[in-house]
Design a protein around this ligand. Structure first.
Ligand code: 3PG
Ligand code: CO
Length: 555
């Protein structure tokens, strides 16, 4: 029968503290002026790379290696941390939604049947990120869904859009709105009353995460549910074009707007009897809105009016909270994660990041599950992030504080695994500010030094890796790798993640001297890291985990 007990590793000892460091958004790419990791002073990460070749290697962090539909899909933190923690590759939200739409099964499930009850007399509201980034949502999925729901009886549809510019190029919002408007026009020609009702930039409206700033969600609620916003327009295209023309405006931070009719009334507030679907498949930036839409007891902001609605998520976003309770597509069943195994095998675990990435090393790491497996053996520490700023103005973020927490946890002797996420490369990389991203990379490198010094002091082991690329490439390139210029001859800044591989480095005084990376695994990816970490703790990984990256030579 099934057992949580992990077999002892035949050669590797137990009892060495292991530091697991995830540098967010830290890929490997050609060294040039748009590679901020290359430009920055990163002596610690450089020394790992240029040290023993059997202790540093690259692994895949995008596409099918992390459960995304294709190898054209860049990596992201959700799928990256899921793979790192779970040790296996699960078909992820993007792919599961594709499959459910292609087979039509999305329309057979409980979630769809539930919202369908509202189609006769209520409005169907679709709220989510409008882009083809494939990280949180995908425009083509929305297009198929719009067609599908209208063929199945939805008579009145309102779409509440969030502009992207973070997983896709800034400025691309205009094209996405045009595409959506065309589809809605076609639906109207078929007699469906379908239009865009509200909008705003994803980082300023709705898509906050890990409860960093509830005002973001409130701004969305006011526009989407109450129909109130500082800006009113006759069309979404006009809204996005006008708001983008304001100084310093960009897609990520557009202010909230509502679409109004000729009498100036909002065209799509949410009322009793309506249905709402949040179309993002990714959890972290939808959980807060899901709580506002679903919870009767809610005091994170004043909702003013709480309509009685039928609400479903594209997926269920939190398996522990069972939130939302209704959903169109079942989420990946990420079970038996390495975190759960290790805790059940006595590994006392410390995990830490700052707010904006806190859930990455806890919730995502543990298979989209919030909370502890065993509170007596685990401690998760969240360092409050700065809120209300873009991180290019404070590119050091809380890297130092995170590193100090990790150092103290190591030195305390109370933990067997100390796991952190250092957000700088990613969060500052997403701003598109190259100079600030260089500072960010240096800060992350300094944090790694603090942690590795502590590992040295306690005779421990380290494994340093990343979840996906970002800071190593800040420019959009053509197929041959040359930077692409816009019509004003300026380079096109890449705010998004990349398809690049990421490093894995191991070492520390506690590492058995015979340990080295194997070279018999064809194309290892992030999912191979979990078995590796289990080995470093002195255990063998479960048989169905992706293979360990290391082998132990006799000496
Ligand atoms: C975000 O949510 O900030 C981006 O869409 C993806 O970034 P992450 O995957 O690094 O969190
Ligand atoms: Co990112």
């Amino acid at each position: 029968g099934f057992s949580w007990t992990l077999p002892d590793h035949p050669k590797l000892p137990k009892g060495k503290p292991v530091a697991v460091v995830v540098l967010d958004g830290w890929g490997e790419a050609n060294p040039d002026q748009y590679n901020c990791i290359h430009v920055a002073q990163t002596p610690v990460m450089d020394s790992l790379k240029n040290g023993a070749p059997e202790k540093w290697r690259l692994v895949k962090a995008h596409g099918t290696a992390v459960g995304l539909p294709s190898d054209d899909d860049m990596g992201n933190s959700e799928v990256g941390h899921n793979a790192l923690g779970a040790g296996r590759i699960f078909a992820q939200g993007a792919k599961l939604v594709d499959q459910a739409l292609a087979s039509g099964k999305i329309y057979d499930g409980d979630g769809f049947n539930y919202i369908k009850e509202s189609f006769e007399s209520g409005t169907l509201h679709l709220i989510g990120l409008l882009s083809d980034g494939g990280v949180h949502s995908r425009l083509d999925q929305l297009q198929i869904l719009l067609k599908g729901v209208s063929e199945r009886g939805a008579k009145k549809i309102r779409v509440h859009i969030l502009t992207d510019g973070r997983d896709v190029l800034d400025g691309s919002s205009i094209g996405f709105v045009e595409t959506l408007e065309n589809d809605l026009l076609e639906l109207r020609a078929k007699g469906v009353d379908a239009q865009i009702a509200s909008g705003g930039g994803r980082m300023y409206v709705t898509m906050d995460r890990y409860e960093n700033d509830w005002d973001v969600v409130k701004r969305g609620w006011d526009a989407q549910v109450l129909g109130e916003a500082p800006y009113k327009f006759k069309s979404a295209l006009e809204a996005v074009k006008t708001l983008r023309a304001q100084p310093k405006a960009n897609d990520q931070y557009l202010p909230p707007f509502v679409i109004v009719d000729d009498s100036g009334n909002a065209v799509g507030p949410v009322f009793d009897g309506d249905a709402v679907v949040t179309i993002n498949f990714r959890a972290d930036r939808m959980v807060m809105l899901a709580k506002a839409l679903e919870y009767a007891d809610f005091d994170n902001f004043d909702r003013v009016r709480v309509p009685k609605i039928r609400y479903a998520g594209m997926l269920q976003y939190d398996g522990e909270l069972k939130l939302p309770s209704r959903y169109l597509v079942s989420p990946p069943e990420i079970d038996r994660t390495s975190g759960e195994y290790l805790v059940k095998n006595g590994i006392r675990t410390f995990a830490c990041s700052e707010t904006v990435k806190f859930g990455h090393v806890t919730f995502f790491w543990n298979g989209n599950r919030s909370g502890y497996f065993d509170a007596t053996k685990e401690e998760y520490v969240e360092i409050p992030s700065d809120s209300g700023i873009t991180f290019n103005v404070a590119p050091n973020m809380k890297a130092l504080e995170i590193a100090e927490k990790a150092r103290d946890a190591l030195l305390s002797g109370k933990f067997d695994q100390v796991r952190v996420n250092l957000p700088n490369g990613d969060m500052v990389g997403h701003t598109g500010d190259i100079e600030a991203t260089v500072v960010a990379c240096k800060a992350a490198d300094e944090a790694v030094k603090i942690i590795l010094d502590a590992v040295e002091q306690v005779g421990g082991i380290y494994l340093v890796t990343a979840d996906h690329g970002n800071a190593e490439d800040m420019v959009k390139r053509n197929k041959s790798g040359k930077p692409l210029l816009d019509k004003n001859d300026r380079i096109q800044i890449l705010t998004s993640h990349t398809l690049q591989p990421v490093p894995v480095a191991i070492g520390g005084p506690g590492l058995h001297p015979g340990v080295k990376f194997r070279n018999d695994i064809q194309t290892p990816g992030l999912a191979n890291v979990a078995a590796t970490v289990m080995n470093l703790h002195g255990f063998e990984a479960p048989a169905d985990y992706e293979q360990t990256l290391i082998e132990v030579a006799d000496n």
